[in-house]
Design a protein around this ligand. Structure first.
Ligand SMILES: [Fe+2]
Length: 243
């Protein structure tokens, strides 16, 4: 029986490699500027993991890439309509959907894209991240976004330096890394949607640690520019901040 392998014979591996290059070239010829920007964001994540880019450089570059995109086109690139129809009906916090695209965007270990759907007056509870960079563009709605540098962990909590407190709308971008604006607190002033582009496992030797919720309303002052916020569990953070 004829199969592709018997047809290709001994040069099958080379022919398949050529076929995949042709397919990639074809995909690139149909690529929109937004898809190209998302593809470059993944590439910056790869460079970060190999040490040829620093955390804050990733933040600056990916912020610029996302700002250069039209929000409408970006929404199309991530198939926002489909995600919106399939979003989970959460009682607290944000409904989170992973982006699936026809292009093989999610090819770097630890890279990910997610869409966060918010109802008015709900928060994604304040939290910090480890060994991860992320950038977020507002696709719809208005948010209050607060950021904090993670200075050190101490006594069942984290010492933080408040850095930014902004109202953002469609096309605005925020970002986090271990080195700048690590902790964040997103509050939806209106119904709204955020696209999250992230690269985790920057140092693959560090064990995976999930985001750590923080009780910022219970924070105490450490010095003129530092506060200490206690850790919270996910469920207690959602009860207190996710409403
Ligand atoms: Fe986060």
């Amino acid at each position: 029986m004829w199969t592709r392998r018997t047809f290709l014979g001994g040069s099958g591996t080379l022919a398949l490699a050529l076929l995949s290059r042709v397919r990639l070239a074809h995909a690139r010829s149909r690529e929109t500027p937004s898809l190209a920007a998302l593809t470059r964001a993944i590439e910056y994540g790869r460079q970060l993991r190999t040490g040829s880019l620093q955390n804050t450089e990733w933040q600056d570059r990916v912020e610029e890439e996302l700002k250069s995109c039209s929000v409408e086109e970006l929404a199309k690139a991530v198939a926002l309509g489909k995600l919106r129809r399939a979003q989970p009906n959460v009682k607290r916090g944000a409904g989170i959907m992973r982006v699936r695209t026809t292009r093989p965007l999610l090819t770097e270990e630890g890279s990910d894209m997610k869409v966060f759907f918010f109802k008015k007056e709900r928060s994604d509870p304040p939290h910090c991240h480890f060994n991860l960079v992320a950038a977020h563009i507002v696709l719809e709605g208005k948010f209050r976004v607060r950021h904090y540098d993670r200075v050190r962990e101490q006594d069942g909590g984290v010492v933080l330096r408040p850095t930014r407190d902004r109202i953002v709308g469609p096309g605005d971008v925020t970002s986090i890394s271990d080195d700048r604006d690590n902790a964040h607190w997103r509050y939806a002033e209106t119904d709204g949607i955020l696209l999250d582009v992230q690269q985790g496992r920057i140092d693959p030797t560090i064990p995976i640690r999930k985001r750590q919720m923080l009780d910022l309303n219970a924070a105490t002052k450490v010095s003129d520019d530092l506060i200490w916020a206690p850790h919270m569990t996910n469920s207690s953070a959602l009860r207190k901040y996710g409403k």
